[in-house]
Design a protein around this ligand. Sequence first.
Ligand code: PLP
Length: 439
Amino acid sequence: MTTELKAHNSSLPCLNNNNDKFSYETTLPPSWPMREEDPVAALAMARPEFGEHGGVNLSIENSITFTVMEAETMRKMFEGELGPERDFFIYSRHFHPTVMALSRQMAALEGTEAAYCTSSGMAAISSVLLQLVSSGGHIVASRTLYGGTHALLSHFLPRVCNITTTFVDVKEHEMVRDAMVEGKTKVLYFETVANPTLTVANVPALSRMAHKKGVTVVVDNTFSPMIISPVRLGADIVVHSCSKFISGGADIIAGAVCGSKSLVNSMMDLHQGTLMLLGPTMNAKVASELSQRIPHLSLRMKEHSHRALVFAQRMKNLGLKVIYPGLNDHPDHHLLSSIANKDYGYGGVLCIDMGTEERANSLMNILQNHTHFGLMAVSLGFFETLMSCSGSSTSSELNGEEKELAGISPGLIRMSVGYVGTLEQKWSQLEKALLKMKI
Ligand SMILES: Cc1ncc(COP(=O)(O)O)c(C=O)c1O
């Protein structure tokens, strides 16, 4: 038996006595769907992973290929008779124990039956869409999406796969409903909190609408891990760029697809699976790193959110055009309050509309080079504040008309608020820069 070779610490305490050490599920007792509504509670209920020698941390499985004791076992694994749920692994482009351990954490975080992690957020997005939509298929997507996703849908998928997308304003529910063609539209795709406008999607209403037409709802939750749980609100699948808040260190590119066990299995299918055949695999060392950061994600999110709210309120009081869904007068404030998980705030990203790109650039120059408030860089979720002018950077894939429709003005600064330094120290740096700009 393989157990001779694969010595696990089966005697170590295990919350639910589940012997399927590497099963796909989040292993929350008693069974899916998960009872814990709060992501932190769900994570705490997930089975702890111990190291090979009883270490308090998960061991990194350093191999990409795995032995069998009998030659016949190999055929059984390739025919799907034996799989990771019984601790049989083939090769690391397929399931891998360490990546599966992180994936179980991601599933617990999002309240899904299963999850699998990928080499980047774009790998997660493109793999899931290519799994769900075949050539000739149709997607309905929000007009306001991360520029890379927008380019994938508007340029790459039509050219390479004859998959077309109708872009809609997800706030206009009638427009969304009309765009979905029963039988042809396979996916409704949007971002919970949109990049960069911070528009909040009504996940429950959009999901109900899509399901009536037999359409699968895929939601990018990169901006709001912990804060919003789209699948708990009715969506089918969540994708993440783990390169952002989930990593928190601006040092890792990674992604995740969270959904049903059958979705993950289909993506790993040896003949038809996008994860298996396109190979956007996560490295085991990366999985181990990220796994260590998930336990403090909630603390980080709370502090990002707290500081973003304080800065947004103070800047608004100074007369700046601030966009932040935590502000009472933001059009989506009540919606976000009604769908958000309690105590994680309204998110760590805010926007300032400076009117023109020139003024946006001047403010960012002062903030970085004179008052040392933050860094001019794309990405988000880092402990330092990161800022970029979206129209000319992470949304530059959209043409002028698309940007206008998406609500991205040329002077929009997207600011991912960090938590280094004291809040008052950082505010004084921000205030000094605004004074220098004569605001
Ligand atoms: C909302 C959103 N989704 C997906 C991505 C892509 O993620 P990655 O850079 O990890 O491929 C980004 C990246 O910038 C993003 O902002």
